[in-house]
Design a protein around this ligand. Structure first.
Ligand code: ADP
Ligand code: TYD
Length: 202
């Protein structure tokens, strides 16, 4: 089973993923967790270029680098794990590319990004995608104290477009479960578990 988490920076993905991983482990289910971009030696090197390099980066170059990091992670780690029946949790997947590079940066037309996503994922689609929905203003309050990476420096208007992009994706795709992420950590965790249990039992 492939579970992905999406949302703008500061929505609380990492916090919820850790809690979910802990829950699965208590149940005796082994889960593997990867972050995007990253998760393999090569993908972590690409992550560094994407997030911590201050040089000017062409938007299409950015789009291709996120996709390259993804292709490596999926082929090297995720597909073998899914084939052996493991539960894999991804902190971001190709919906991030659609939201950030497609809607946010408008680096390429959405249909071209869709084609690139299919290629970079080796046609892998999540079973379920939790979209932690929060306003850019509330998310910014949560990340105010931490150092900003290259993407986070893109500014408020950019994050508004990314958030609107996620809303459209959630509307259009049945695998999306939209969670109100402005609530407490425990409330959100409980809702995620309820959705997962419903899915497994159906
Ligand atoms: P993300 O991985 O989506 O960027 P994090 O899980 O790192 O988000 O959370 C960003 C910040 O917000 C952290 O300081 C975290 O402790 C805090 N946080 C996470 N979830 C909540 C919540 N539901 N309510 C208040 N603060 C939260
Ligand atoms: P990260 O520190 O992992 O942020 P977060 O904790 O919010 O997930 O940084 C990943 C950044 O890269 C984040 O700003 C989103 C961005 N990103 C894209 O723009 N496109 C992508 O395809 C992916 C996977 C991430």
């Amino acid at each position: 089973m492939l579970i992905t988490f999406e949302g703008i920076d500061g929505c609380g993905k990492s916090t919820q993923i850790e809690k979910l991983k802990h829950y699965f482990e208590k149940e005796g289910t082994t889960v593997r967790l990867f972050r995007e971009p990253g998760g393999t030696e090569l993908s972590e090197k690409i992550r560094h270029l994407l997030l911590h390099d201050d040089g000017d980066m062409d938007p299409v170059t950015e789009l291709l680098l996120f996709s390259a990091a993804r292709s490596q992670l999926i082929s090297e780690k995720v597909l073998p794990l899914l084939r052996e029946g493991s539960v894999v949790i991804l902190d971001r997947f190709y919906d991030s590319t659609t939201a950030y590079q497609g809607f946010g940066r408008q680096s390429a037309p959405l249909n071209e990004i869709e084609t690139l996503n299919a290629l970079a994922t080796h046609h892998t689609v999540p079973d379920v995608t939790f979209y932690l929905r929060i306003s850019p203003e509330d998310a910014a309050l949560r990340t105010a104290g931490s150092e900003k990476d290259r993407m986070e420096k893109a500014g408020d208007q950019f994050f508004k477009k990314v958030a609107a992009g996620y809303d459209q994706l959630a509307e259009a795709n049945e695998r999306f479960i939209t969670i109100d992420a402005a609530r407490s950590v425990e409330e959100i965790h409980a809702e995620i578990l309820t959705h997962l249990k419903n899915r497994v039992s159906s």
